[in-house]
Design a protein around this ligand. Structure first.
Ligand SMILES: NC(=O)C1=CN([C@@H]2O[C@H](COP(=O)(O)OP(=O)(O)OC[C@H]3O[C@@H](n4cnc5c(N)ncnc54)[C@H](OP(=O)(O)O)[C@@H]3O)[C@@H](O)[C@H]2O)[C@@H](O)CC1
Ligand SMILES: Nc1ncnc2c1ncn2[C@@H]1O[C@H](COP(=O)(O)OP(=O)(O)O)[C@@H](O)[C@H]1O
Ligand SMILES: [K+]
Length: 499
């Protein structure tokens, strides 16, 4: 098996996939066994979060399904360790009977959602456990559940969601109206896609996965971690020279706006410094900023040989820019299309439909909406949106956002896990294009290059944001550290006199 095939990242699953995997396991295990596994894992995380359990106040928000059962059984375990546990029932007539009985036996208190003491119980709890809705939830939270989610948001305690924060669509991360704001989510059997993308990403907080023995099919959506990205970033070896690591060509910036060319070229150099070429009308600015780049103010064809192109950031949309875009897309090389080039491409999508080499489009939501398949906007299901545009154009789409999604025409997708909201500043997209272009030039398939680039970009952002607000140029400076970070400390060998 190749290094790449091994480093596939963590699988992300929809509610339907989890349900299908649960069926055979439920049939093969004793009744209630899976719920006990889930509750035991849940209680363990809560105990860790509480530290000293004795006398601590725990509020359980309990819905009508099995999600409520998990919360009640976990609550019983916490009560047995000395916690003062109160269960607030959304519907006293429909509650998991054995789980409620277990909580009562352990000394837990039970009150209906409409009772007078509910507000104090929830807002004063040291820990609030949200067992209202799991993967069986659909649509916006109904009023009693929405009210309890609001009380938890205003309370002082640690908020923990059972499986999925109530109100978050487990498969898409979409939220209609209110949702439970979790600092932690303890999820069972598989990480649900909705915990890492869309609004679900920030509502889920830190995600803890509890193994309950589910066997899932290979995931079509995945998230890369540092070692997975390292496996896609072969360091140069003794036999390499400056040409052999992949040469990227950058067409970005303009005489009026040289910044995009400078940032994009710098990002490519700092990611993969073998050789970076630049062709465009910001040549003077790029030359001054990056003497290491090979720069021409001519057309892409004048730049010399490259293994991939980046085209678009700050290049303008005039006739000259249109003709440069057409020239780059007419090559049989991988091309990353961003910013102004996306605006032009949306008017002429046939330029990419029949390309034989990889094409990676990197729109933000506004640029996405300019394409035919993007009309109506991205919507609440960001993975589906990226897949839709990728399938329509037969290329790869990297849809930017706080959780960037990269999707291939065949549906293979990645959701990025790194980053910081400080990245919402001008020019950071130009940096992403430079990183991804450099990785495309190494020969990575477009979907892999996009996913690895988004990860590195987010890591660089996190490193830069440690010092406070970041500018796009800070990201470029932090890239070597981000690359070093994903590789981790290498083995020290004979003759290694390094630091
Ligand atoms: N299966 C297993 O092996 C294991 C499953 N496990 C656990 O089970 C969970 C899935 O349980 P589930 O299927 O019972 O559904 P669940 O999420 O509790 O909610 C369904 C209830 O919610 C209600 N409801 C729906 N929408 C609503 C809304 N918007 N606002 C308000 N209410 C709404 C709906 O009521 P109705 O519409 O009928 O009135 C229905 O009764 C899963 O996430 C995991 O935690 C673990 O124990 C491990 C083993
Ligand atoms: N709230 C956010 N949290 C995390 N990352 C963000 C956020 N907003 C934007 N980003 C990231 O910042 C970058 C912005 O790119 P883009 O919109 O193209 O900016 P520009 O065109 O100014 O370079 C993208 O990589 C995007 O994923
Ligand atoms: K929940």
């Amino acid at each position: 098996m190749t290094e790449l095939a091994r480093s596939r990242g963590i699988g992300l699953h929809t509610a339907d996939e989890v349900r299908a995997a649960e069926e055979p396991l439920l049939a093969a295990t004793a009744p209630g066994a899976l719920m006990q596994r889930a509750a035991a894992g849940l209680a363990t995380v809560c105990l860790r979060l509480l530290g000293d359990t004795y006398g601590r106040r725990v509020a359980l928000l309990v819905g009508t399904g099995n999600n409520g059962g998990d919360a009640l059984f976990a609550g019983a375990r916490l009560a047995a360790r000395g916690a003062r546990v109160s269960a607030v029932l959304l519907d006293a007539e429909r509650v998991h009977g054995p789980a409620l009985a277990a909580l009562r036996r352990a000394g837990g208190r039970v009150l209906p959602a409409g009772a007078a003491g509910v507000e104090a119980t929830v807002t004063r709890a040291d820990l609030v456990l949200d067992g209202m809705l799991g993967i069986g939830g659909s649509g916006g939270l109904r009023p009693p559940a929405a009210r309890l989610a609001g009380l938890a948001a205003n309370g002082a305690g640690i908020t923990v969601a059972v499986d999925v924060p109530s109100g978050v669509d487990a498969s898409t991360g979409a939220v209609e109206g209110a949702a439970f704001p979790a600092m932690h989510t303890v999820t069972f059997g598989a990480v649900k896609l909705g915990l890492v993308v869309g609004e679900g990403r920030s509502l889920a907080g830190q995600v803890h996965l509890v193994d309950i023995g589910l066997e899932l099919p290979a995931a079509t959506v995945r998230q890369l971690a540092d070692p997975d990205v390292a496996a896609r970033l072969e360091p140069p070896s003794a036999g390499d020279d400056k040409y052999s690591q992949g040469v990227v060509g950058i067409v970005a910036g303009s005489s009026a706006y040289p910044g995009a060319g400078v940032l994009c070229t710098g990002a490519a150099l700092r990611t993969r410094p073998g050789l970076v070429r630049y062709a465009g009308t910001a040549a003077d600015g790029v030359r001054a900023a990056w003497p290491e780049a090979i720069v021409t103010d001519g057309r892409p064809g004048d730049a010399g040989r490259v293994q991939a192109w980046v085209v678009g950031p700050g290049m303008g949309t005039d006739d000259a820019a249109r003709s440069v875009l057409a020239e780059v897309l007419a090559t049989d090389l991988p091309v990353l299309v961003d910013a102004d080039a996306l605006t032009m491409l949306a008017e002429q999508p046939e330029l990419v439909r029949n390309r034989t080499a990889g094409t990676l489009l990197t729109p933000h939501d506004g640029e996405f909406g300019r394409f035919g398949a993007g009309r109506g906007g991205v919507g609440a299901d960001r993975v589906a949106a990226a897949r839709r545009l990728a399938a329509d154009l037969g290329c790869t789409v990297l849809l930017k956002g706080d959780a960037t999604v990269v999707a291939d025409a065949d549906g293979t997708a990645f959701v990025n896990g790194t980053g910081t909201p400080w990245l919402a500043t001008a020019g950071t997209g130009d940096v992403l294009s430079g990183i991804a272009g450099a990785l495309l030039a190494t020969g990575l398939p477009a979907v892999e290059a996009g996913a690895a680039a988004a990860h590195l970009h987010g890591r660089a952002g996190q490193l830069a944001a440690r010092r406070g607000p970041l500018l796009a140029g800070d990201l470029v400076r932090r890239l070597p550290e981000a690359v070093g970070r994903v590789h981790g400390p290498g083995p020290a060998g004979l003759g290694d006199s390094g630091p």
